[in-house]
Design a protein around this ligand. Structure first.
Ligand SMILES: Nc1ncnc2c1ncn2[C@@H]1O[C@H](COP(=O)(O)OP(=O)(O)OP(=O)(O)O)[C@@H](O)[C@H]1O
Ligand SMILES: O=P(O)(O)O[C@@H]1O[C@H]([C@H](O)CO)[C@@H](O)[C@H](O)[C@@H]1O
Length: 162
């Protein structure tokens, strides 16, 4: 019986050190976004496709399991492990690279890769974010993408549990 190689999308998951080495090969404008992406849903898929369409490549920063605990989403969160959340995002056509972060915010990654565009969903006041102020220091832009579909991990969990 032959052993199949791992799916090629797994290679999109990298460390910050690897990302810094690969970043010059990603076409610009470079878009960066971040989040927990605990139970992936249609809202996420649409959001990431729209984010990618704002530039020529998209890097996604994913909260580590320990950093999710800092966000107050609940003691039982995340439901999916950091490794699974990264792999699912990497499997999306719109996503070029996936990198984990362990801090409360992704500002360290942003400082290292200096994206041209920072994106969050319409659930955020984009001008109030530290990430926005940071990208503007090198002439980058920050863009909030309005929700096309009202979906959330929290509401999906509510349905499952009720
Ligand atoms: N329905 C949606 N449509 C568009 N963008 C979304 C939607 N839900 C979340 N986003 C965006 O996706 C990113 C990750 O969001 P997040 O993981 O918080 O999703 P969520 O489903 O709202 O999760 P939770 O219910 O745990 O807060 C964020 O940048 C957020 O703005
Ligand atoms: O999935 P979420 O909860 O939308 O992602 C969070 O976004 C925060 C945002 O960038 C404001 O700083 C971030 O700080 C947090 O770590 C999550 O990624």
């Amino acid at each position: 019986m032959s052993t199949l190689p791992p799916p090629s999308f797994e290679s999109k998951v990298c460390t910050l050190v690897e990302l810094e080495a690969r970043i010059t090969r990603l076409p610009r404008p470079l878009v960066f976004t971040n989040g927990v992406f605990d139970i992936l849903h249609r809202g996420h898929a649409s959001y990431l496709a729209q984010a990618r369409a704002l530039g020529a490549s998209l890097v996604v920063g994913v909260n580590s399991d320990s950093s999710v605990k800092m966000l107050g989403k609940g003691d039982d969160r995340p439901i999916n492990s950091e490794s699974d959340r990264q792999a699912l995002l990497a499997a999306l056509e719109s996503v070029d690279m996936v990198v984990l972060f362990t801090e409360q915010t992704p500002v360290n990654i942003i400082e290292k890769i200096r994206p041209d565009i920072y994106v969050k969903g319409g659930d955020y006041e984009i001008d109030a974010l530290a990430e926005t102020h940071l990208v503007k220091t090198w002439g980058g832009k920050a863009i909030a993408i309005p929700f096309l579909y009202e979906r959330s991990t929290t509401s999906l969990l509510g349905k499952i549990r009720s």
